[in-house]
Design a protein around this ligand. Structure first.
Ligand code: F0G
Length: 459
């Protein structure tokens, strides 16, 4: 099709009002929040790009599914619909429902990790890393592409570096219980992983006799990138690509708050009978009976339907194009972003945009605050505020200072994105005027959620 306007492949059926605020209102609100965007009331946000997790809009058929929710404690028909829908895409023998992704991680790593163990991943998401480390095990990342040429953005920048993985497994016999691949790679710019790479990781796992699990939160977006970018995949059904991804793995963890198109939910899946028994025993302690996990029957229905919708090509074409649309516009404006745009988010390189703000004065935080004050846009700093404090108490600059604009699914229209682009243009023109920040209060762990800041005003 030659027309350029993105047609959202849905009409709006139920609307949520947005509250319009002035710049003065927002300056007051963010000051009262200690310049921490997590501490804002969400009503004071106009366009909320804090996360794509659980923030999407459900369809008419999902809301209808909610009415069909059967709340029987055991063996509910909603459970069987969920099971069938999950196994249609991911035909693992055991499916264990959980209230969200990190609950699945907690159960799995409690069962297989522990002191002296190590879990490799292309890049761990924060909660995944925290759940590995909480057991006393080590979480190690082997993503490809140190020193990428920024002018030649990679098609599959989320891939696992198979050589480094292989060398690690050789050096640590007996200490690795499972190898993980995160699709798409959220902590690495939301970049996808190719089928070719998954096949290579499978081969290495087979050589060492190790199970391979997917952190599959954004599996459909990953499969769409495979269809678009991987030679020979362009005429395949996304469902079939997803089934092939699943066939290369022995199990998965999942947050249905992303590509489940639901507001809550997740699951853990595997083929290993003995491991499944141990995980189900832990599930009963922390989440609930194995036919509902931590979920209501209606949530199981919403996920069952969401999984049918998320693999539809019209939806995925719109989804990936609209994220790309935001990325392309920012590139045209000269705003430095991680290229190419990810599936669910665009990451602005705040250290490059604000070279006058030293990393320890938090350029990412400075940019996120400016986007909020200027246009009511809430984003998320992924940089020195999030990663700078070390376990020994010292503080270092993070590898990069990024600001993530994560796009909720089916929630905002192209005109909302045009507005975001205008606000980014305005802020980037005034970049040299933005102040750095200092932290005036912080927690010992995961400080980014609760820290309070103040601007550094030069006399
Ligand atoms: N794995 C990945 C790759 C994720 O992005 C997330 C969540 C999780 C696991 C955990 O899932 O939230 O259901 O417990 N990511 C959200 C984000 C929070 O904003 O990127 P959960």
């Amino acid at each position: 099709m030659s027309f350029r306007t993105i047609i959202e492949p849905f009409r709006i059926h139920s609307v949520e009002p947005l509250k319009m605020t002035t710049q003065a209102d927002r300056e007051r609100a963010v000051r009262a929040a200690g310049y921490n965007l997590f501490a804002l009331r969400s009503e004071d946000v106009l366009i909320d790009l804090l996360t794509d997790s659980g923030t999407g809009a459900m369809s008419r058929d999902q809301w209808a599914g909610i009415q069909h929710g059967d709340e029987s404690y055991a063996g509910s028909p909603s459970w069987f619909r969920f099971l069938e829908s999950v196994q249609d895409l991911f035909p693992f023998k055991h499916i264990i429902p959980t209230h969200q992704g990190r609950a699945a991680e907690k159960i799995l790593f409690t069962a297989v990790a522990g002191p002296g163990k190590a879990v490799p991943n292309n890049t761990h998401f924060d909660t995944t890393r925290a759940n590995v480390e909480f057991t006393g095990a080590e979480a190690v990342d082997f993503v490809v592409g140190e020193g990428h040429d920024p002018s030649a953005p990679p098609a599959f920048g989320g891939n696992m570096d198979v050589e480094r993985l292989d060398a690690f497994l050789r050096s640590r016999p007996g200490s690795v219980p499972v190898v993980f691949v995160t699709v798409t790679n959220n902590s690495h710019g939301g970049q996808p992983v190719s089928l070719a790479n998954l096949n290579e990781v499978r081969r290495v796992c087979d050589f060492y006799g190790l199970p391979l699990f997917l952190d599959a939160c954004r599996f459909a977006e990953n499969a769409w990138f495979i269809r678009e970018r991987e030679p020979g995949q362009e005429s395949r059904e996304v469902r079939d690509i997803v089934r092939e991804m699943a066939s290369l793995a022995d199990g998965m963890t999942m947050s249905a708050k992303k590509d489940g198109l639901a507001n809550i939910g997740g699951w853990l899946a595997m083929n290993d009978d003995e491991l499944a028994t141990r995980c189900r025993n832990l599930l009963i302690l922390t989440e609930g009976f194995p036919t509902y996990g931590g979920l209501a029957g209606r949530d199981l229905e919403a996920i069952a339907q969401g999984l049918q919708e998320v693999v539809q090509h019209d939806y995925l074409r719109y989804r990936i194009r609209s994220t790309g649309y935001l990325g392309d516009a920012l590139i045209r404006l000269g705003v430095p972003i991680v290229q190419p745009a990810g599936g669910h988010a665009v990451y602005i390189d705040a250290r490059r945009l604000l070279p006058h703000i030293a990393p320890l004065q938090y350029p990412g935080q400075a940019l996120a605050i400016a986007l909020y004050e200027t246009g009511g846009i809430r984003s998320c700093e992924v940089g020195t505020v999030m990663f700078g404090r070390q376990p020994d108490g010292t503080e270092h600059a993070a590898e990069a200072d990024l600001v993530r604009l994560a796009i909720p699914r089916r929630t905002y229209t192209q005109s909302h994105m045009d507005y975001v682009i205008e606000v980014c243009a305005d802020v980037s023109m005034r970049a040299a005027e933005l102040p750095g920040y200092r932290i005036v209060e912080e927690a010992a762990m995961l400080r980014h959620f609760t820290a309070r800041f103040e601007p550094i005003t030069t006399p």
